[in-house]
Ligand binder design. Structure first.
Ligand SMILES: [Zn+2]
Length: 256
């Protein structure tokens, strides 16, 4: 399986070379999309990914640095598909806030009233537990406290645990703001951990991961500390914490 890091920055003002959070996972002929920050589909196309192979999109939460490029992803798929209607499998969209999808759908249909005849999107709610499986991957959602504790019990922010080709990959999404306690509950033994560093110092994140059996740590959704000095962060993780680690940047690819 191959990972394409399309945007690796937290929700900042525009910064040259850094775009908001998104990555894609290519397994055989299928592409799975995780979060959709600003120009993620543009970057993916330029990197050589076939957007028409996107089968399923998983959104961690609907803050704009994670959905700002979602309408543009579907619009670009339509552009690549051309003028023909039909003969295109639906795209599954797991999104923890139906109102956000309603807004994006309205935007797409303002562009073309029958947009869904070109790119049919089926939205699904996200909840704790296994939410998706097909011939390639199985995906479990685990809530995070990034958007606080909901009074009605409906969590709106999630991490994803992915099983694929006998491996386990965990994507943390955005974790709680008050502390890094979410990590203890979310992260289990895994082959690859994609962990956000936008809300807490990476050293605090690394401390919280002590004792976890993790094949490789890939930092993403960066805050200022890593953006300013990615090599130092990588050095810290590898030498001081004895972790196999990489700092994802826009355009990074990783095959495991
Ligand atoms: Zn974010």
């Amino acid at each position: 399986m191959k990972f394409y890091f399309l945007g690796t920055c937290a929700g900042t003002k525009p910064i040259s070379g850094w775009h908001h959070q998104s990555f894609a996972m290519e397994v055989g002929q299928a592409v799975y999309w995780f979060d959709a920050g600003e120009c993620s589909s543009y970057t993916a196309h330029i990197m050589g990914l076939n957007l028409l192979q996107v089968k399923t999109v998983f959104i961690s939460h609907t803050h704009f640095d994670h959905v700002g490029g979602l309408a543009n992803l579907f619009w670009n798929m339509k552009k690549l598909k051309g003028k023909s209607i039909g003969a295109f499998d639906k795209v599954n969209l797991f999104i923890p806030n139906r109102d956000a999808w309603k807004g994006i759908k309205t935007l797409l249909e303002a562009d073309r009233r029958n947009f869904s005849e070109y790119i049919p999107v089926e939205p699904f709610d996200v909840h704790d537990g296994i939410i998706f499986s097909d011939e390639n991957i199985l995906v479990e959602a685990i809530h995070t406290e990034h958007l606080g504790k909901p009074e009605n019990g409906e969590w709106k922010s999630f991490s994803y645990k992915i099983k694929c080709e006998g491996r386990t990959i965990i994507y943390t999404g955005d974790i709680g703001l008050a502390n890094v306690d979410d990590l203890d509950r979310i992260v289990c033994d895994c082959d690859l951990l994609l962990v956000e560093t936008g809300h807490h110092p990476y050293t605090e994140v690394l401390d919280a991961l002590e004792g976890k059996n993790i094949g490789m740590i890939a930092f993403t959704h960066h805050g200022e500390a890593i953006r300013k000095n990615p090599l130092q962060a990588c050095y810290h993780a590898q030498v001081k914490y004895d972790r196999k680690a990489i700092i994802c940047m826009d355009g990074t690819t990783l095959t495991i």
